[in-house]
Design a protein around this ligand. Sequence first.
Ligand code: RNT
Ligand code: ZN
Length: 422
Amino acid sequence: MDQAYQLAKQRYATWGIDTDAAILQALNIPVSLHCWQADDNVGFERRAGEVAGGGILATGNHPGRARTGDEMRADLATAMSLIPGITRVNLHSYYAEFAGPAVDRDQLTPAHFEKWMVWAAERKIALDFNASFHAHPLAESGYTLSSADEKVRQFWIRHARAARQIAQAMAIRQGSPCHINFWIPDGAKDLPSDRWSPRTRLAQSYDAIFADESIDSTRCLDFVESKLFGIGSEEYVVGSAEFYTNYALSRKIGLCMDMGHYHPTETIHDKISGHLPFQRKLLLHVSRPLRWDSDHVVIFNDDLRSIFLEVARGQAWDRTVFALDFFDASLNRVAAYVIGTRATRKAALYALLDPTAQLRAAEQAGNHARKLALMDEMKTMPFGAVWDMLCARASVPAGTDWIDKMEQYEQLIVAQRTAPAR
Ligand code: RNT
Ligand code: ZN
């Protein structure tokens, strides 16, 4: 491996690229590992027959879904042993664990995440958080924070305020900020007669949520996530891209873009330099849209490379947050984590090996052929050798060596989860 790396290092050096520095930097970019791939987005609330709801759906019936916090943490730990550089884990509110009687989402407190916080501290991991507005009886009307039913709307405001307290408690415990994201499923399957009132109410709800003076906004970093359509909200989504762009800008909070939340052929890399001169921070939900589904397992494709290239070329690392958001129930779920998260770290490394200075020089000289040639030739540089070295330096398997380990875990642990726990 070392020989291959030395040759690769020389090849990149001829373009003025320092592979050692790129490996170090790529490993230090925080990527938040989402817990919900492990259990198909079901959560621990134990309502019979529950699925994710709210227009998001994990399809497939591969055996061995994590059913408890302990199973989920075991799966995450195994995935992390095969993924370089993971230092953050992202939770939803419905992964609360109750020592005593269960409480509804508007009554959640940091104590319900004690097990997660202890686990994270032991593993030197920081936690991120999400308020959860889907998969709940009070979301069944299709409206939550934008509901016309004042009782429903107030319930969800209380939930969001509770979620921010939890995020703040996590931030204090881990001694570093916790990113909290707000995505709501609100919308309509077919032509609504009134697109205005839900949006007015949504802004009012968020204003009530963010008015909480007990929250320190340097600890609890808020983001709002837009969507174009969902299953069951094909015509109208209250929290659209335009709504949230303007909301985030006017209220000085973070904006979240999910790679799967735009028109089916639309990509997000071009939007980064459009938002960041104005927005405070961007949270990128790293995902892979495929036709109507926004959440396929991430792979090392052009879309993924392009977002990291944009952040690298704009030197925007400190204002961009990366969080994974994919779920697939049709295959080994630990493998899904490893495939998607290794691909994400690979894309970060790929972007840091970009000959940006040469590309810009060629472009400024009007030599567009040279620029395009160089961009394309970079794809077949000995990137794999640099990636393998990154894995070695992070003490995780290089190349394909992780696949057997993942299969062993599946046979020994996951395949034993036969009896349904609910
Ligand atoms: C849904 C959003 C949201 C969720 C997760 C579970 O379309 O992408 O981010 O996927 O929060
Ligand atoms: Zn998302």
